[in-house]
Design a protein around this ligand. Structure first.
Ligand SMILES: O=P(O)(O)OC[C@@H](O)[C@@H](O)c1c[nH]c2ccccc12
Length: 267
């Protein structure tokens, strides 16, 4: 693991130890009506939109995009929805990525789309925190515990998005009951991007589905900057793409989201 990822895991652990008991003390939240991610993908497909999960991302390791207050996060998410995004991803990791649960809550209040919580989940307590429809679970971090976290996430009403980067992690993911698998094109050891990761791993999922009569939703994550990048991973077998940096760096989040949404048409 890259130093910045190890740093995030350590600070997350410390934060949970400091605040964990408070989370338990909270009044149980009324279950809100979850939004269906799989149905949203099907709708985009039927309308000929490329299924784009647009990410509200204030910073990434070594890079700062923009300070994003809860109100600003909501405004960005609204532009993304208007431009035809299929879902919104919101970073909630407060250190390196400078995200917040407040951003997540404000975004979900503002848009009608399913919302993904993007964080480093390492403790079950984090699944007590409401506010999203989908939750990211990283196979490379949870390892053998992945299956139990997937079950707990489902029990809590979340749609888990299990993130993988290698054949071994993919094998772990396929042993769980997740319906959504994210292929991260970014290597967590070097932080380098290679879209060939999707080209390498997507066919294994398709083959597994054929053999087992299952059908996973494949999300290609990270490193896409242009329409041709989107076409490349969709042709490799992705059902959806997850894009953050390119949107945060553009002058118009609305226009850039639209460009990605229009970059691929199902035939
Ligand atoms: O900004 P990009 O390269 O478009 O990538 C978005 C998303 O895939 C990336 O933010 C991400 C993928 N997996 C993560 C895990 C934790 C935090 C962030 C991520």
């Amino acid at each position: 693991m890259h130093d910045s990822i190890l740093h995030i895991l350590n600070t997350t652990k410390t934060r949970i130890q400091a605040f964990g008991p408070d989370i338990h003390k909270e009044e149980p939240q009324p279950q809100f009506q979850k939004r269906d991610f799989i149905a949203a993908i099907a709708a985009a497909r039927a309308e000929g939109r490329a299924p784009v999960i647009a990410e509200v991302k204030p910073a990434s390791p070594g890079k700062s995009f923009r300070e994003i207050s809860p109100a600003a996060a909501a405004e960005l998410a609204w532009e993304m929805e208007e431009a035809g995004a299929v879902a919104i991803s919101v970073l909630t990791e407060p250190g390196v990525f400078r995200g917040s649960l407040e951003n997540l809550k404000e975004v979900r209040k503002t848009v009608c789309l399913p919302v993904l919580r993007k964080d480093f989940v390492i403790d079950r307590v984090q699944l007590e925190e409401e506010g999203s429809d989908l939750v990211l679970l990283i196979a490379g971090i949870l390892g053998k515990e992945l299956g139990a976290f997937v079950e707990l996430a489902i029990e809590k009403g979340f749609e888990p998005l299990v993130e993988v980067h290698s054949r071994e992690e993919l094998k772990l993911a396929l042993e769980t009951s997740t319906r959504v698998i994210g292929i991260n094109n970014r290597n967590f050891e070097t932080l380098k991007i290679d879209l060939a990761t999707t080209e390498e791993l997507a066919p294994f999922i398709r083959e597994y589905d054929l053999d087992h009569g299952t059908s996973h939703i494949i999300v290609s994550e990270s490193g896409m900057n242009s329409s041709s990048d989107v076409r490349r991973v969709m042709q490799a077998g992705a059902d959806a793409v997850l894009i953050g940096s390119a949107l945060m760096e553009s002058d118009s989040v609305f226009e850039k989201t639209k460009e990605f949404v229009q970059s691929f048409c199902w035939r």
